[in-house]
Ligand binder design. Structure first.
Ligand SMILES: Nc1ncnc2c1ncn2[C@@H]1O[C@H](COP(=O)(O)OP(=O)(O)O)[C@@H](O)[C@H]1O
Ligand SMILES: [Mg+2]
Length: 227
């Protein structure tokens, strides 16, 4: 039993990971990284350091060139294409731009992952309500996305990312378009999801925003983890 413990407790396990883009650019070099289940960690570094590449590999949006990448018990180096949708359903992703459908309501935007996953109407409604409640936007479920403020749109994107109760929540500069107060509000919501068990990894170049928070911060510089 004990021998298995370490592996089963890890959400992300990158070993000697290397990523080279087709143009020859080496975006990640010798990355060793462990994220435990239930942990919340920030990934920092300058623009161009490799943060997005790192997250995209963890979310199976991109493939590493060499090394080992195991996420949520799945080997992403050998995963078959037909296994990708099931893997991706267990991972919620939030980007800098909320990417909502502007002429659909907040409710409809949040319900999309559930419709794709095949939930019925009753269950969808229940889950979307719960998700909107968690981001404190239950009162705006019937607003069109384009009628919401930037901060509210990002909270809707967050609700959409967690509505399917993912095991892992990845966020790439989720506060990049927000002023400091709204940015703190968004980070607060991430901490609340983490407190109920979701594993969270957030990329941000905004050290000021996170330096006083009680979470692990790792830094990437020109494709290498430095601390
Ligand atoms: N599709 C791509 N093709 C070639 N180079 C890329 C590609 N995507 C990113 N890069 C390069 O890889 C490096 C890391 O990019 P990225 O992971 O987006 O960094 P960050 O998110 O930290 O700003 C940058 O130098 C970037 O120009
Ligand atoms: Mg980036």
């Amino acid at each position: 039993m004990r021998g298995n413990d370490e592996a089963t407790k890890l959400m992300i396990k990158f070993t000697n990971l290397y990523k080279k883009y087709p143009n020859g650019h080496e975006a990640l070099i010798r990355i060793h990284f462990h994220l435990k289940k239930g942990e919340m960690t920030f990934l920092t570094g300058h623009s161009g350091a490799g943060k997005s590449t790192f997250l995209n590999i963890a979310g199976s949006l991109e493939k590493a060139t060499r090394g080992q990448a195991e996420v949520n018990g799945v080997d992403l180096m050998t995963i078959k294409r037909k296994a990708l949708p099931a893997f991706r359903q267990r991972v919620g992703i939030v980007l800098q731009n909320p990417h909502l459908l502007p002429d659909k309501t907040a409710f409809e935007n949040v319900s999309l992952p559930l419709i794709i996953a095949g939930f019925n109407k009753t269950e969808t409604k229940k889950r979307v309500h719960a998700a909107l409640d968690k981001v404190r936007l239950l009162s705006k479920g019937n607003f069109l996305a384009e009628e919401l403020s930037t901060g509210e749109q990002q909270r809707i994107a967050l609700a959409r990312a967690i509505v399917n109760k993912p095991d892992l929540l990845l966020a790439d500069e989720p506060t990049g378009n927000l002023d400091p107060d709204l940015a703190r509000e968004i980070i607060q919501l991430f901490t609340e999801f983490n407190q109920v068990g979701t594993t969270v990894l957030i990329a941000t170049h905004d050290i000021e925003l996170i330096k006083t928070l009680p979470y692990r911060i790792i830094k990437i510089e020109a494709g290498r983890l430095v601390e």
